[in-house]
Write a protein of this length. Structure first.
Lengths: 281, 357
């Protein structure tokens, strides 16, 4: 096959890939502009409207379709994701730092940490529910679920930081020590600023993984539902395009999050290059 | 001159191999010391042990009279300049230099005015004026070298360890930085311990030269002594200016596999008897030329020569196939041409030879 043929083939493959990747999302996005309240979650579009977006925020006249019970779930999920993000990132950074020097049993500890992302979520969730019942612990999104989210996202943060430290040149730390600076201050002033882009990535991972975590949460969350559970709950009755409208909004929110990440990242990279005035002056 | 650093029997082990095998040394205050060793001889390990980055398994390190081998690096007061410079990439030139002063645990300088003045003086000393606000990725290799040095010197350590500090620079810059380093050291009055794998660098820079061989100190002395009287065949080999011929001493001559050689020069004891003659002490004669009184020599077949500008290095093979090198300085004579694959007589004065037996 000639070079042009290969190019054409690859282009076709890439197009297919993109269609499969984004097709469902595009369909949802289009359907979210279906007219309401009589229009359903299927083609054809009877009439273009923003009815379901208004419906989400309770701006439409009352109809037989109940508003999505997601307001509290959204708040819970956001709070939970932030909590998980903080704890997992701190754990990930500190344990990756520990793994920079070989210690006894480091192999075992490594696999124990990584196990958290390997084991099936349903099993862990069910196991947590059983343990909580046996020990008489109430299941809450801020308790049992939070623990499971940390167990799940911590390995991701850990692996990200491990990769970052792998490429980290330890001689800059040794240089700081030899100048009489304590290891703790060296970490704060030298190591941390240099690994900060990695820390941002770890935070992003932990946040997004926790935010839409479903299977672990299903069994461990108890009475108060998180956002993914609340949305799932609405499916069991009847699916309306308001779920799609909500999906579009959360996707936009995720893009905003990624945008923030990109901005912070480029700022921190640029800060490394930028001409600075004396910090401690 | 008082000694600033003492090592006694320092041992450092990596798995089964000993990187330092009972190193003992004593370094004078306020001087430039170069540490020469081939790669793998343990020279970087020695520096890292002195700095505290590695813990020795045994031995004692005394710095300014106090034992420091149990202290963490930041309490030792010994500066370290890395081969790759290890500048703080997120800080500017000025911030790099000020970092130690403002952040050190012992006696940090908190007065911004004092910091600025000291940093300014140091920047002037190492010749970086005008680059204060540059990022460290925006300066050249030689300038990075100066920042690394300035960052260390501004904290006023009593001693600075330099790990192949010129290794990352190109040849031109390397020679210029040599004299710079020496003069900067003189102005600061501290001891520099400079590790290098280059014999010319070691000899050119060190007031005292240490030679490290197979995890031990093989010789310590001034450059002249090291160059003219290497204490062992191994040291002679690193200097890269001696032909070494193995053999046995027998009466008043040295029997080697390429012929019997006359004894006459300095004799030193060594485990493996070796006869050493410097490249530039050998003269090349016609095949049947007679030896003058007090001379000795061997026959060799000319292979090729190499022009280095100030000298020509001629290579010969000996009877046993080994290579023999002769250096002819062009200031002494015009280069003579030799016939490839032809036999020549290689002669030298007996007293110029060094014999290890």
């Amino acid at each position: 096959m000639n070079a042009n043929g290969i190019k054409l083939g690859l282009a076709f493959y890439t197009t297919l890939f993109l269609v499969f990747l984004y097709g469902p999302l595009v369909v949802l996005a289009i359907l979210s502009f279906q007219t309401g309240p009589e229009g359903g979650p299927q083609f054809p579009i009877i009439e273009w409207s923003t009815y379901w977006y208004k419906h989400l925020f309770g701006l439409t006249p009352p109809s037989r379709i109940a508003p999505l019970p997601i307001e509290e779930g959204l708040v819970r999920s956001l709070v939970l994701a932030v909590m998980t993000m903080i704890v997992s990132t701190v754990l990930g950074v500190t344990s990756a730092q520990a793994f920079r020097t070989r210690f006894k049993g480091s192999g075992v500890v490594f696999y124990l940490i990584v196990l958290g992302m390997m084991v099936p979520g349903v099993l862990v969730g069910l196991g947590m529910a059983l343990v909580a019942n046996t020990l008489g612990i109430d299941r809450h999104w801020w308790g049992t679920t939070f623990v499971l989210h940390v167990v799940y996202t911590y390995p991701f943060a850990f692996l990200v930081m491990l990769a970052i430290f792998n490429r980290f040149d330890p001689s800059v730390e040794e240089a700081a020590w030899s100048l009489g600076v304590t290891p703790a201050r060296t970490f704060r002033k030298i190591t941390f600023p240099l690994i900060f882009p990695g820390v941002l990535s770890a935070m992003l991972f932990a946040f997004t993984l926790s935010y839409d975590e479903f299977s672990r949460t299903l069994f461990a969350s108890g009475r108060d539902l998180t956002l993914p559970l609340a949305i799932y709950g609405t499916f069991s009755v009847e699916v309306h395009p308001n779920v799609f409208a909500f999906g579009v909004l959360t996707t936009l929110f995720s893009f905003a999050l990624l945008g923030t990440y990109a901005v912070l990242m480029s700022l921190s990279v640029r800060r490394a290059r930028r001409v600075l005035v004396q910090e401690d002056a | 001159m008082t000694a600033v650093l003492h090592l006694r029997n320092v041992v450092k082990q990596y798995g089964d191999s000993r990187a330092l095998d009972g190193v003992s040394l004593s370094l004078p205050d306020n001087s430039y010391i170069s540490l020469l060793g081939p790669s793998g001889s343990g020279k970087t390990t020695l520096l890292r042990v002195i700095a505290g980055f590695e813990q020795p398994e045994a031995g004692e390190i005394r710095f300014q009279g106090a034992r420091i081998d149990a202290l963490p690096p930041h309490q030792r007061g010994i500066g370290f300049v890395f081969q790759n410079f290890a500048l703080f990439p997120h800080l500017s030139v000025e911030q790099n230099i000020a970092f130690g002063l403002t952040n050190r645990a012992i006696d940090p300088v908190t007065d911004g005015e004092v910091v600025r003045r000291k940093v300014k003086d140091m920047i002037a000393l190492v010749g970086l004026t005008g680059l204060e606000d540059r990022g460290v990725s925006q300066i050249s290799g030689g300038q990075k070298q100066r920042v690394a040095l300035a960052r260390t010197l501004v904290t006023e350590p009593k001693m600075v360890l330099l790990d192949e500090p010129l290794g990352a620079l190109d040849a031109n810059l390397r020679t210029r930085m040599r004299s710079e380093l020496r003069s900067i050291r003189e102005r600061c009055g501290v001891t520099f311990l400079h590790v290098t794998g280059s014999e010319t660098e070691a000899l050119a820079m060190g007031d005292t030269v240490l030679v490290l061989d197979r995890a031990r100190i093989a010789q310590q002395g001034d450059a002249d002594t090291i160059y003219n009287r290497p204490s062992s065949p191994a040291v002679a080999r690193f200097l890269n200016c001696y032909n070494l011929l193995p053999g046995q001493v027998s009466g008043e001559s040295f029997v080697s596999s390429v012929g019997t050689l006359g004894l006459g020069g300095l004799r030193q004891t060594a485990a493996n008897p070796t006869y050493a003659i410097r490249y530039d002490r050998v003269s090349i004669r016609a095949k049947d030329a007679a030896l003058a009184d007090g001379e000795t020599g061997i026959d060799g077949t000319f292979i090729a020569s190499e022009y280095t500008g100030s000298a020509v290095n001629a290579f010969f093979t000996l009877a046993d196939g080994s290579i023999f090198e002769v250096e002819q300085h062009l200031s002494h004579a015009a280069p003579s041409t030799f016939e490839p694959q032809a036999a020549y007589r290689l002669a030298w004065k007996k007293e110029d030879a060094l014999v290890y037996a």
